[in-house]
Design a protein around this ligand. Structure first.
Ligand code: ZN
Length: 176
């Protein structure tokens, strides 16, 4: 997955803040949750820095702990345990961040492969294999059917953003 992670995080966090349970939150808190979701959605790929600068492309970056679902599940649980009694807002910020990171794993499972059963199994699970046929590796992904999924996610997030913006304008106009 290339371009869909950020918009997928936006869609996921918009879904979370729309939950009945969180309707009472202030607009500012909801905006923070959406930002947390978007940052969380791209956070696993921070390992690309390690991949290029330190590991010198010796191992696929999906083999690092940042791309292990078990890491994010444990991180979310620890976060909840530490902050539950202190701040529900921070608890939700962590949950949305972590869920978006797990969403990243789901999207990376389309073609890249994710070790969903680690540490029980080292097997990578993926929906489709990308065959290396193009001289520039990026084109192997661009010409694969999974790119359609990316386009749908980007378009959905774009429509959701425009709808939210229009709804916000309508509320402001009513208040004037
Ligand atoms: Zn990734």
């Amino acid at each position: 997955m290339f371009i869909a992670h950020l918009p997928a995080g936006y869609l996921l966090s918009k879904g979370v803040v729309a939950m009945e349970h969180l309707r009472h939150l202030s607009e500012q808190t909801k905006r923070r949750l959406i930002v947390a979701g978007m940052v969380g959605a791209i956070s696993p790929d921070i390992d690309l820095l390690y991949f290029y600068l330190i590991d010198h492309r010796q191992h696929g970056h999906h083999s690092y702990w940042t791309h292990l679902p078990v890491f994010w599940v444990i991180a979310i649980l620890i976060w909840i345990a530490l902050l539950w009694r202190r701040s529900r807002t921070w608890v939700w910020l962590g949950i949305v961040f972590g869920l978006s990171a797990l969403g990243h794993m789901v999207l990376d499972s389309t073609a890249g492969g994710i070790r969903w059963l680690y540490p029980l199994s080292m097997q990578y699970f993926r929906l489709a294999h990308i065959h290396a046929g193009q001289s520039w590796w990026v084109m192997n992904f661009v010409l694969h059917w999974t790119v359609l999924l990316e386009i749908v996610i980007v378009a959905s997030a774009g429509m959701m953003y425009l709808r939210s913006k229009r709804a916000g304008c309508a509320v402001r106009t009513d208040q004037q």
